[in-house]
Every structure is written in C-alpha cells, then in structure tokens.
Write a protein that binds this ligand. Structure first.
Ligand SMILES: Cc1cc2nc3c(=O)[nH]c(=O)nc-3n(C[C@H](O)[C@H](O)[C@H](O)COP(=O)(O)OP(=O)(O)OC[C@H]3O[C@@H](n4cnc5c(N)ncnc54)[C@H](O)[C@@H]3O)c2cc1C
Length: 245
C-alpha cells in the first residue's frame, strides 16, 4: 500500500476486523499504526468485509458487505496463510485448519508426522520459517530415538509497515496476574508497551520506534527476572544494562 501511495496512487486499505494487525498488535498499538498510515496519505477502512469485485472487463471496485462499493483500478489481496491439507484430508488424517499434530509432531496416525506450514499444533498454524525449523529439530531428534517435545513457538513480528516500525512478541495483552508498563507519545507516534508476569517480561509491543526489539525478545525468551530494570525497560537496552551494572 505504501509503495503504491508513494508512486502517486490513491490508496485505501480495507481490513476485515476492527483493528490493523490484530494478531500482532494490541488495540492501542493498532490504533496508532492506523493513524500513522493515514497520516502518510493512505485511507484506512476497518471492519470492511469484502463480498466481491465489481467490473466488466476489468476490476472497477470492491463490494463490501454493508452494500457500499469502493471504486478501484487495481486491487491487491493479502489473505494470509491457508495450509494445503487436501492430501492429508484425502488420506483420512485429522485436519482442522492444518494437519493436527501433538507435541511430538505426530498426526492421529502415529506413523505419520507433519511439520511446517501444513501442520496445526495447539490451535496454531504458523506461516513462518522459524517455527518450521524448531519443529524440524524436535522431529529429527524423535526420529533419531531421542526424547523431545515441541511446545509451540514464541513468535516475534519485526516489520516496517508502510514505513512505520512495528515489533511485537510474546503475550502482549494484559491479563489476570500481569502488570503493564507503557510509554506513549501519541503526537510523536510512539508506543512502547511491556507486559510483566511474576517479575518477568511476558510480552511487548513497540510502534514507531522499535529500538531494543531484540533485547526485549531475549528477555522474553530467557524468562529472567527483570524487577531490577523495570523502571528503565521502556528506554531500551542501554539504560537497562547501565542500571543493572
Ligand atoms: C511471498 C512470501 C513471503 C514470505 N516471507 C517470509 C518471511 O519473510 N519470513 C518467514 O519466516 N516466512 C516467510 N514466508 C513463509 C514461508 O515461506 C513458509 O512459512 C515456509 O516456506 C513454509 O515451509 P514449508 O516447508 O512448511 O512449506 P512450503 O515451503 O510451502 O513447502 C511445501 C512443499 O510441498 C510441496 N507439495 C505440496 N503438495 C504436494 C504434494 N501433494 N506432493 C508433493 N509435494 C507437494 C510444495 O510444492 C512445496 O514445495 C513467506 C511466504 C511467501 C509466500
């Protein structure tokens, strides 16, 4: 969208649910991102369920469920990951969104395993390379006769979305038993949110400035106690390490 907009196109982003990147961002981060994208000249329309294209020889618009038609000369569609599980389904394996596997990456036929984008583990279908590598490592160990279990992957998103830095990782929605530390500067388009559980960093969202993203990811992955640095957490690695020293 940003590329088309920079090339002089009049761009509208249609999104099905009521916030952008709903799997990667909390509501406030998503709202800030939508504001930043709008400020770059891209119109954002949320809750837009498309029902079809309008046009005769070429596309002339996108029809929405609410009856409106958004005029368009060009439509770019991004609809996420859909595993091709037809082969598994035809073979009689249990399939939901993907081929269902347990922590041993075993399907409901214990002589058949599934990993990667076609596999559904604990309700998740990962559309990324890293979880597939982690699954492959576990399965290789099991096939070599060693004990290993796959308990899911900690996903991190680290992107530029229409020129806006966006990072998120871990359990970034506040929940019972969590504390939230937030640094926000709405006018500067800055939002840094940290969710702590039992003195450890459980999840984090950064919008506008993603500095320190890998440092935070390391803290989440290690599960180390961060009580001593929590006041400096939003300000990045330098402040945190200086405090800890
Ligand atoms: C445009 C694009 C950009 C992406 N960018 C990133 C990125 O930046 N970072 C990231 O982590 N991930 C990215 N991904 C996702 C990543 O490519 C996938 O998660 C990854 O390739 C999944 O690996 P896989 O081995 O499970 O499946 P695949 O790579 O899809 O491999 C499955 C293979 O099985 C073959 N196959 C299918 N059916 C049959 C059959 N019946 N018989 C025999 N062979 C069959 C297919 O031809 C294919 O070669 C991107 C994907 C796309 C499409």
């Amino acid at each position: 969208a940003y590329g088309l907009s920079k090339a002089g196109g009049q761009v509208m982003l249609l999104h099905l649910v009521d916030r952008l990147m709903e799997r990667q961002l909390d509501a406030e981060g998503a709202a800030l991102l939508a504001e930043a994208i709008t400020a770059r000249g891209i119109a954002v329309r949320l809750g837009a369920a498309s029902t079809g294209f309008v046009g005769t020889d070429k596309v002339e618009g996108v029809a929405l469920q609410d009856g409106t038609v958004v005029p368009a000369d060009l439509v770019v569609v991004a609809i996420g990951v859909r595993p091709n599980a037809d082969l598994a389904r035809a073979a009689g394996l249990a399939v939901n969104r993907g081929v269902l596997v347990d922590d041993g990456l075993t399907t409901d036929d214990d002589s058949i395993f599934a990993i990667g984008e076609c596999a559904e583990h604990r309700g998740s279908v990962y559309g990324l390379v890293e979880p597939a590598h982690e699954q492959a490592r576990v399965l290789a160990m099991r096939l070599a006769g060693k004990s290993a279990a796959y308990e899911g992957s900690l996903l991190a998103t680290n992107l530029k979305v229409s020129g806006v830095g966006v990072f998120s990782a871990g359990a970034f929605e506040a929940a019972e038993g969590t504390e939230t530390v937030v640094l926000r500067d709405r006018n500067a388009g800055l939002y840094r949110k940290f969710v702590l559980r039992e003195g450890r960093l459980a999840g984090c969202v950064l919008v506008g400035d993603t500095q320190g993203a890998l440092f935070y990811l390391g803290l989440i992955r290690s599960g180390q106690d961060i009580s001593a640095i929590r006041a400096d957490l939003p300000f990045g690695e330098h402040y945190c390490t200086a405090r800890a020293a």
